[in-house]
Design a protein around this ligand. Structure first.
Ligand code: AMP
Length: 116
């Protein structure tokens, strides 16, 4: 479901409250409202131009690099520096908000289909 502006743009505009942990000119990060890990942050480019990570990688690779760097720093600041970075890409992969975002999952992660 595509919303304009996206929920994330409304958070950036402070129309919807969020627990913001990082912000600069290009990127914002806040706690996921339904955490799936002890530390679950969303790292979001402020632009609405890119619906998913493939579009972001193609359209602004430097911004994708910045998203990864912010996720890494937040994992250091809010967890033990180790993390899982997830970009759901497409509805059948679980993407519900079509404004590119990374899930930074840290802390003791539950066993799942990846990484164990
Ligand atoms: P995805 O399913 O990959 O598109 O991820 C969207 C994520 O946004 C989900 O994990 C939701 O829990 C989260 N989410 C939705 N609305 C909010 C909100 N208002 N504040 C924080 N996180 C949200």
């Amino acid at each position: 479901m595509t919303e304009t502006p996206s929920i994330f743009s409304r958070i950036i505009a402070r129309e919807i409250p969020a627990d913001v942990v990082f912000e600069n000119d290009r990127v914002i990060a806040f706690r996921d409202i339904a955490p799936k890990a002890p530390v679950h942050l969303l790292v979001v480019p402020k632009t609405e131009k890119y619906a998913n990570v493939v579009e972001l990688a193609t359209g602004d690779a430097a911004l994708l690099v910045e998203v990864v760097a912010v996720a890494n720093q937040l994992a250091i600041d809010y967890s033990n520096g180790e993390f899982r970075l997830v970009f759901n890409t497409g509805e059948s992969a679980g993407q519900t908000i079509f404004h590119v975002h990374a899930h930074m999952l840290g802390g003791q992660l539950a066993e799942g289909t990846l990484g164990d």
